[in-house]
Structures are given as C-alpha cells and as structure tokens.
Design a protein around this ligand. Structure first.
Ligand SMILES: Cc1ncc(COP(=O)(O)O)c(C=O)c1O
Length: 448
C-alpha cells in the first residue's frame, strides 16, 4: 500500500471485474491472514473508488479522519449492541451526551432529543413517521389524506421516506424552486391552502439546507412560519449543509431551524466522521416512541432511562457515537470549523476561476463548498463526455446532474486531506480535458 494520492480516485474497472477474480464459493478450510490481506490489496483495492482521496469531489465529498477510524476499530473490538441502556450503558449515554454537544455547536436550542441513525435517509424517514403519527392522533386524519411538501430540488430520500411511511405517492407535492433553486414559500402556502380546501391534511414539509444538485439553502424561517400557521411538521434536511452552522460566521445556514420539529445533519458527510453516522434531532421524541416502541418480554428492564431501541425501526444498534466523540474531542470546534470554513473559501475561489474563463459558466450560486459549472455553448452530451474524460484521468472524480434540464458538473469540496494545491491541480485537469477524444472507460455517474 502507498500514499492515497497514488491511487486513481474512481476505480478504473468494469462491472464484474472483482467478481471474476473471486472463487464462486467460500473456502472450506481457514486461510492464513497474509493471503487474505494480499488479496485485499491485490483484488479488492483495485476495485475501490477512493472516497477518502483528496481528489474525490463527486456527490458530497466526505472524510473519515484518523481519530474516527481509530474509534471504529475500538467499536468493532467491543462489539456491543446498544439496543437497551442496560445492554451497554456507555453507548446510550455517550450518544446522548455527544449529540447534545453537537446540538450546542449547531446553535440549536436546549431540550431537543438526539438519536443516531445510519443515514440521512433513515433520519428523514423517521421524521416523516413522527409527523404522520402526530397528524393521525391530533387531527383525526386518515392516512390517505396526508400530504407532504418539499421543493423540486429535495433529495430522493424524502420521497422514499414518505413511501415507507405509507403516504400515497400522489400526496407528495414538489414545490417549484426559484432561480437560485430554493423552495418558494408563497407557492408552498398556496399548495397547502389548495389541499386544505380539497379536504386533504398537510402534515409534513421538508426544507433542505444544502440541496443535493446545487447546495441551495431553502428559506427556513419563512417555511417555519407557514408550517406553524398550518400545524405542519417541519423537517429540516441539513444532511450536508447544516454542519456549516458550527462555523461562527456561517450560522445563518440553520436560521429558522429552531422553529422546526426535526433536523438531520450527517457528521459522516462534513464532520470527518467515517460512514455511517447521521444525527437526528426532534422536539417531539414522544411521536417516534409512539410509532416504534414495542417491548417484548425478553427486552423488559427496570431502569427508568432512555432505551434507544424505542425511537426507531432497528433493535440492534452499533456504538456509533464513539467515533463522533473521538472526532469532536480531537479537533475541537475550532479545528472542525476551520476546515469547513476553508472548504467554503476554496469553493469561492474555484467559482471565481470558472467565471474568469469565458469558456465556462457558473450554473448556480455557491453558498457552501460546492461549485456547479459547465462549458458554454456545448450540448448536455458534450458536457457529459467532458466529465467522463475528466474522471477517466483518475486524478479527480466529479459527478454531474441536470439543473432545469441543463447538464452541469458538480465539484464538491469536503475532504480534510484536500489542499489548495489539490484544487489548483484538479482545475488544471478539468480544463485540460475540455477538448479531447471520446472516453472509453466510464459511463454517466449521477448524484446520490
Ligand atoms: C440533502 C441530502 N439529504 C439526504 C441525503 C441522503 O443521505 P444518506 O446517504 O445519508 O442517506 C443526501 C445524500 O447526499 C443529501 O444530499
């Protein structure tokens, strides 16, 4: 193994490449660890796309930093299952304390209940189930009448969460976003009122702080007022962008979130914590408990304390808080805020390079650490081919998406090992590939 920069970021393999190298069935007899490790290096690593590579700028760029990696080793060594307080008191208590520390860093008010799930998709699904329970109980609504709202830029996890919660797909309203890809509050309120007139029950709105296609920040304060007026549960999806609030000068990203009913941020996206760790907060844990608490005889305990299995779908739970605790303590708020702030500044710098070159066009505002651009005067197909050539170099990995039917390249900055020199080199690679032969290796890669 050698330095991470010597590996191609995007695995230069075709589907089935690893499968072909592996035996069709498992060994009958145990094998020496040296051989297993040799195959890990020789067979598995070549088929790995390196998310921890400083040249990884696809999707949302993430980092698993050394303190978090060490904590993952310890978690595996302890191998606890945090279903009940009693099944590992340290895990339940560390989870509550660590999430309360993070709540304070985010500038959220005291009294919010925090719980760790695996991903933001799971967190959002739990928010929607909580909202559903509240609406069914308090408003005597029928499931088929419940309506959920989000912008046309919201992550697909909102739809998936609604579907999982039993909300009919026809009751998911996509509110058109404005020219900067933010949800338009007046259109939200008009849609809510139209549904109310039609006898439907608006029960949940999801606002996004850092949308997936362009990192737009929805106007949460205005959305919170509408939600309060119409008794709708407001869930804020800050999976990536919400974490910028730990930077004193960037608190604005979570403005209005204190008026929401729930919030998700993903430390595994932008807080140097290895995948997976999603932090979910709500003012109403009682609705989650009502939806999910089901205690069979063999799980009854006497202690009057929180049993986290009561607040979600899963019974068994990993000791995830340990890695967040290690990362928060090792870097401190100053250290983590400095990294996030630096990423945002580099994104501004990159955006200025895009704007300075008449061949390119900036395709969305840059509120966080993420730049959307494309080559002017080229078709979507030509821009896609350009992206494929860039990724085929192995030096960097970017993803693409369409913004109002226009194909754009997405450049995300979020890895703690990325330096300004990396960004400069990445920009050189990007420019050098504008005109070149058709790529042979890679096909389209869409945002997660
Ligand atoms: C805004 C937003 N919300 C939710 C998600 C889903 O995140 P997860 O992979 O943790 O489910 C993403 C993924 O990138 C996202 O960008």
């Amino acid at each position: 193994m050698c330095e991470i920069r010597s590996y191609p970021v995007l695995a230069p393999v075709k589907p089935g490449a690893l499968t072909q190298k592996l035996p069709a069935s498992a060994p009958e007899r145990g094998e020496p660890m040296e051989r297993i490790l040799a195959d890990f290096c020789g067979q598995v690593i070549p088929a790995v796309t390196h998310w921890n590579h400083p040249g990884f700028h696809a999707f949302f760029s993430v980092s698993g930093a050394p303190p978090g990696i060490l904590a993952e080793f310890l978690t595996a060594a302890l191998n606890i299952n945090e279903m009940l307080w009693k099944s590992c008191p340290a895990a339940t208590e560390l989870e509550q304390v660590t999430l309360d520390w993070l709540r304070q860093w985010l500038g959220m008010p005291p009294g919010w209940f925090g719980i760790i799930y695996d991903t933001a998709s799971t967190s959002t699904m739990h928010a929607i189930v909580g909202a559903r329970e509240k609406a069914l109980a308090e408003r005597g609504a029928r499931l088929e009448d419940l309506v959920l709202y989000c912008s046309d830029q919201a992550h697909s996890s909102v739809d998936k969460g609604a579907i999982t919660a039993g909300i009919p797909r026809t009751n998911i309203r996509k509110i058109p976003s404005d020219g900067d890809f933010r949800l338009q509050p007046h259109l939200l309120e008009a849609a809510v009122e139209a549904d109310e007139r039609a006898g439907k029950v608006p029960f949940c709105v999801t606002a996004t702080v850092g949308t997936t296609p362009s990192t737009a920040v929805d106007p949460v304060p205005a959305i919170a007022s509408i939600s309060a007026r119409h008794r709708i549960w407001l869930h804020v999806d800050g999976a990536y962008g919400g974490l910028a609030a730990i930077v004193p000068g960037r608190r604005w990203v979570l403005a209005g979130a204190d008026g929401a009913d729930s919030l998700v941020v993903n430390p595994h996206k932008w807080l140097l914590t290895p995948i997976d760790l999603s932090a979910f907060y709500t003012r109403h844990p009682e609705w989650l408990r009502r939806a999910f608490s089901l205690v069979p005889e063999y799980l009854r305990t006497d202690e009057q304390t929180v049993n986290l299995m009561d607040y979600g779908m899963q019974l068994g739970r990993r000791f995830r808080s340990l890695k967040l605790w290690f990362v928060m303590r090792y870097y401190g708020r100053d250290g983590l805020a400095a990294i996030i702030d630096q990423h945002c500044r580099w994104a501004q710098e990159l955006a200025s390079w895009v704007q300075a070159d008449p061949r390119f066009e900036l395709c969305a505002p840059v509120p966080l650490s993420f730049v959307c651009f494309h080559a002017r005067g080229r078709t979507n197909q030509e821009n896609q081919a350009w992206l494929d050539r860039i990724n085929a170099t192995g030096a960097v990995f970017l993803s693409g998406t369409t913004l109002r039917d226009v194909f754009v390249l997405r450049f995300a900055i979020g890895n703690h090992q990325t330096t300004r020199d990396d960004i400069v080199r990445a920009w050189e690679v990007i420019r050098s590939q504008l005109d070149g032969p058709a790529p042979t290796q890679y096909s389209q890669i869409n945002p997660v």
